[in-house]
Ligand binder design. Structure first.
Ligand code: GDG
Length: 750
């Protein structure tokens, strides 16, 4: 760790990047005035220590002429505004965040609206946030990016600054890959997120869905705690967010809260108070809650004398006609229930459509008998934790023990063991649980509350942030220490091209599948394109140059595809070779008696796993599962490995794991055997040797190269663990581009 980095951490080096700043500009004020922003993210981050800067949108449009003044006023609080113009707010926030990402990530496919033209606003705004963060972040700083608004920022930061530790936390759910895949920019978003060193999710389900999306959409393998990409591991963790318990404890002990509470006690004396607190949003299931309450009263209309539902609905995004319609529907239902079950002096549903003060909020939490949360999906739901905590604040008298009725589709359901869980879509179930809650004994209520309260204390937002940041440190440290493949830099590329141009003799060793040619769903579909054939011909035509295709493919296919070209062929991992225009020659004499039995085993598995097939080669047999359902395929591959291992003792064969292929081949047959025979006396002076490959079988080729050779590895995923330290090219296209450049530098085009 550098001295600067040490210092940065001592100072408190965290740069928070979130859509909103913790304060928002009061619109219309002459001089800039700010008020606290609403919402779960800001509440949770309030108590976090070590924050050196916070980058975000000030929450309102600011005229160009007033921006300096606003920037200046915010700088005093280490806040760094990103100003968005009306078009950007509309495209980025309105279309992409609210119309597309929010419904999709909450499983509301029927509300999903996709405006492809607005995607460029999302990209551009993410870039502005990234630039603002880069300007603020010290050398070696930790940048903590928040939520679905900014999912491209991690990769943008990574591309510019390798010194930064980049963390990302998703506050909302990550949906099943079946839903996520509907997003047109699904690949870009995953790659954006994977720019981070560490990604935190609210629940284990979210992390599991994310890994599954990486596998199914990008083909990236992962472990439960990490995903491999670009030769590095991105940490994945489950970090359920908590509340700022210190500020809630203080608010609960505040005399003002005590006054409000005393007022509530008088007001609701003898009443069962059912409480609801949410932002106005369809994910929160307020309509479902009201319908359930209506049924509850229907079941026994006398309940309207003894039970009141107090519903606090905090205004949110009221500029959207959809949100207005939702509000209107809620208000109609409230009016209908009151019209039907109310009496003089009795209003079964009390409804507040505005923000209430912290003291009022805490007092209602303390007074409530039942907290009813029926979110249809919720990343966490902090209200649930706030209720459990406020009910049990130590040192305050307790006359009530409330019950938490909580939707099983909220992340909070996975961290609050004492809650009574409800399926928000099952009205009858909610009614039953409400009736049970009303008669639950005080002892049981107390026991449930206490289990929840101790869990909420553990989840506290300060601890949450500290844990997140220490996990981020661990993964960033691992990345900084690892010596895995690094992208081929411009300087190294120039050096290679120069050496290539000057060499008197050149030997180029190329793997085919995944190196020269993109992998395809079925191996037969990967025949060479005209571009590849031309490239091979042009390379071979350079003076003093030999091109060798070193492949695992069978000789018939290689012969068919490349037999007429002036290139050397090595098929079946070095088992047979062919000089240009010559006949195939076997290099090794091996015992193959084990092969038929092994083939039977593999064929049986292939018949059981749809989308897989067996490839029989002269001295090997392979089971390909690239087209199988990825998780099932990987599981059957593991099982097959165990089976094969049991058959191997005493048999001259070995297992080879490629990219979604399990191969069993004769011992001693590998690409290295072929390569080593090419250089019996090492490399001559001014002889350039370049090998390019893409998977584990190519490691043997690199290892057999004479000293002073160059090797490049194609591909960003390293499913089989880190490779030797070497340079990397992102994909076959860039490998072809490099080879074309090599041709052109020796034989300039007309
Ligand atoms: C997102 C995710 C996740 C509400 N009304 C008033 C008020 N609030 C405060 C609550 C609470 C916060 O707002 C709401 O937090 P939630 O977690 O319930 O919901 P979202 O805003 O949707 O937050 C969510 C969260 O991020 C954190 O990761 O839990 O799933 O959707 O803190 O207390 N505060 C005051 N008056 C009100 O009227 N003072």
């Amino acid at each position: 760790m550098t001295v600067e980095r040490n210092r940065a951490q001592e100072r408190g080096d965290v740069v928070v990047v979130s859509n909103r700043l913790p304060v928002r500009l009061v619109p219309g004020a002459r001089t800039p005035r700010f008020e606290p922003s609403a919402g779960g993210l800001v509440s949770a981050l309030k108590g976090v220590e070590g924050v050196a800067g916070w980058v975000g949108w000030p929450g309102a449009p600011v005229a160009a002429g007033a921006r300096r003044q606003v920037t200046h006023a915010l700088a005093e609080q280490a806040l760094h505004p990103v100003f968005l113009d009306a078009d950007e707010v509309e495209g980025f926030y309105g279309r992409i965040c609210n119309d597309t990402l929010w419904p999709l990530f909450h499983y509301f496919v029927d509300r999903l609206r996709i405006t492809e033209a607005s995607w460029e606003h999302y990209v551009a705004v993410n870039r502005r946030f990234a630039e603002a963060a880069l300007a603020v972040a010290a050398e070696g700083a930790r940048v903590w990016v928040h939520d679905f608004h900014l999912m491209l920022v991690p990769a943008m930061l990574r591309a510019e600054r390798r010194d930064l530790a980049v963390g990302f936390f998703l506050h909302i759910p990550f949906p099943s890959s079946e839903v996520y895949r509907l997003l047109p920019a699904r690949e870009e978003v995953l790659r954006g997120l994977l720019g981070a060193d560490y990604l935190g999710f609210q629940t284990a389900d979210d992390a599991r869905h994310f890994r599954s999306a990486c596998l199914r959409i990008l083909g990236l393998d992962s472990q439960p705690d990490s995903v491999q990409i670009d030769g590095r591991a991105v940490g994945i963790g489950i970090d359920p967010i908590g509340i700022d318990t210190v500020s809630f404890r203080d608010a609960a002990r505040d005399p003002e809260t005590a006054d409000v509470l005393a007022e509530f006690e008088r007001r609701y004396e003898g009443q069962t108070l059912v409480l609801g607190v949410e932002r106005l949003d369809y994910t929160k299931g307020v309509l479902q809650k009201l319908r359930a309450f209506e049924h509850y009263l229907e079941q026994d209309p006398e309940r309207s004398r003894t039970t009141t539902l107090l519903q606090v609905l905090v205004p949110s995004r009221l500029e959207s006609p959809e949100v207005q319609a939702q509000r209107d529907e809620i208000e109609r239902l409230v009016a209908a229930i009151n019209g039907r079950f109310g009496r003089p002096g009795i209003t079964p549903v009390e409804y507040i459509h505005r923000s209430i003060s912290r003291s009022e909020l805490v007092a209602t939490y303390r007074r409530a008998d039942v907290m009813l949360i029926t979110s249809l999906r919720d990343g966490m739901n902090l209200v649930a934790q706030e209720f459990a905590f406020c009910q049990t604040v130590p040192g305050l008298p307790r006359r009530w023990n409330g019950v938490l009725l909580l939707s099983e589709l909220a992340g909070a359901a996975q961290v609050l063991p004492g809650a009574v869980l409800v399926n928000p879509w099952h009205v009858g179930g909610i009614v039953e649980r409400l009736a049970e809650a009303a008669v639950l004994t005080q002892e049981e209520r107390k026991a449930r509350l206490e289990t929840m309260a101790s869990r909420v204390a553990q989840l506290d937002s300060r601890r949450w942030a500290a844990t997140f940041l220490s996990r981020l440190d661990t993964w960033a440290r691992r990345r900084r220490r690892s010596r895995v493949a690094t992208p081929l830099s411009e300087a190294s590329r120039r050096r290679l091209v120069k050496r290539f141009a000057r060499a008197r003799k050149r030997t180029i060793l190329l793997d085919y599948d995944g190196t020269l040619r993109e992998l395809t769903a079925h191996p037969e579909l990967a025949s060479p394109t005209a571009e590849i054939l031309d490239l091979l011909v042009d390379l071979s035509a350079l003076p003093g140059t030999q091109v060798h295709l070193v492949s695992g493919r069978d000789r018939a296919t290689l012969g068919r595809w490349f037999g007429s070209l002036p290139v050397w062929l090595s098929a079946e991992h070095g088992f047979v070779e062919r000089v240009p225009g010559g006949a195939w020659r076997q290099l090794l004499d091996v015992d193959l008696k084990w092969l038929p039995r092994m083939e039977r085993v593999l064929r049986r598995v292939a018949s059981e796993v749809p989308g897989t097939h067996v490839e029989r080669k002269a001295c090997a047999v392979a089971w390909h599962y690239r087209q199988a359902e990825p998780e099932y395929g990987a599981w059957r591959a593991k099982e097959l490995l165990l089976m094969v291992e049991q058959l191997l003792p005493g048999v001259p064969a070995e297992i080879l794991l490629g990219h979604r292929v399990v191969e069993v081949r004769a011992v001693g047959v590998n690409k290295g055997v072929y390569v080593a025979r090419l250089f019996p006396h090492g490399r001559e002076h001014n002889h350039l040797v370049l090998a390019i490959g893409d998977d584990q079988t190519d490691q043997e080729m690199y290892a057999a190269l004479p000293p002073g050779s160059s090797s490049l590895h194609v591909g960003t995923g390293h499913p089989l663990g880190p490779t030797r330290h070497q340079h990397q090219l992102p994909d076959p296209e860039s490998a072809r581009a490099l080879l074309r450049e090599l041709v052109d530098v020796v034989r300039p085009t007309a």
